[in-house]
Ligand binder design. Structure first.
Ligand SMILES: NC(=O)c1ccc[n+]([C@@H]2O[C@H](COP(=O)([O-])OP(=O)(O)OC[C@H]3O[C@@H](n4cnc5c(N)ncnc54)[C@H](OP(=O)(O)O)[C@@H]3O)[C@@H](O)[C@H]2O)c1
Length: 177
């Protein structure tokens, strides 16, 4: 079946996650949180981050590949150019199967975007959902799927206020299966 994995996402109050190929908000505390969760691995292993091709393209060139993590980009384009060291895979299943064979892999994270999240949350290997809930509505064209019925909350963080003034909290949920 391939190995289990976690999902990490930041959403607004309507589960919005993106607009015109970018994140709709500036939330530096969430970027830090994302790095802490996805880059912290049991030494000497590393975590894997799996992303859709559009999310890869949304990352500023100077930020990709994401350091200290094995980057996997999903695309149906077998010739899609990627820098050395970044894996190109043609399905989530293939990426999970590959991760299972790597002895130096600690945890696996699916990091978006909308199309990949929709598939990942229905996958039997989905384990934990790391959610940043932003207490505001933004203009979005990409959304995270409904997750309340599929997951249960295991940690509901307290409400925090960003330097940008946005209110948000870090929530952890797990697959109900
Ligand atoms: N708020 C957040 O936490 C967060 C996180 C990540 C992304 N985002 C936002 O989400 C938006 C991008 O999401 P999106 O839904 O448009 O695109 P996406 O899921 O990032 O990428 C879609 C593309 O990835 C490839 N792909 C996805 N699933 C695949 C699979 N199972 N097998 C093979 N290829 C697969 C396909 O590439 P090909 O067309 O090349 O075949 C597909 O067109 C951006 O606005 C981004 O900023 C937000």
């Amino acid at each position: 079946m391939g190995r289990s994995f976690h999902i990490i996402v930041a959403t607004d109050l309507a589960r919005g996650i993106g607009h015109n190929g970018q994140m709709p908000w500036q939330l530096p505390e969430d970027l830090r949180h994302f790095r802490e969760i996805t880059a912290t691995a049991e030494v000497p292993k590393q975590n894997v981050v799996i992303m859709g091709r559009k999310t890869w393209e949304s990352l500023p060139a100077s930020f990709r590949p994401l350091p200290s993590r094995m980057n996997v980009v999903l695309t149906s384009d077998l010739t899609y150019p990627l820098p050395e060291g970044v894996m190109r895979m043609s399905s989530l299943e293939a990426a999970l199967d590959w991760a299972e064979t790597q002895s130096n892999v600690d945890q696996v994270f699916v990091m978006g975007g909308g199309q990949l999240y929709a598939e990942a949350i229905q996958h039997p290997g989905f384990d934990r959902l790391y959610l940043t809930l932003i207490a505001q509505l933004f203009d979005c064209d990409t959304f995270f799927p409904a997750y309340e019925g599929l997951t249960r909350e295991v940690e509901s963080g307290r409400i925090l206020t960003s330097v940008s003034g946005l209110q948000y909290r870090f929530v952890t949920r797990e697959n109900r299966r």
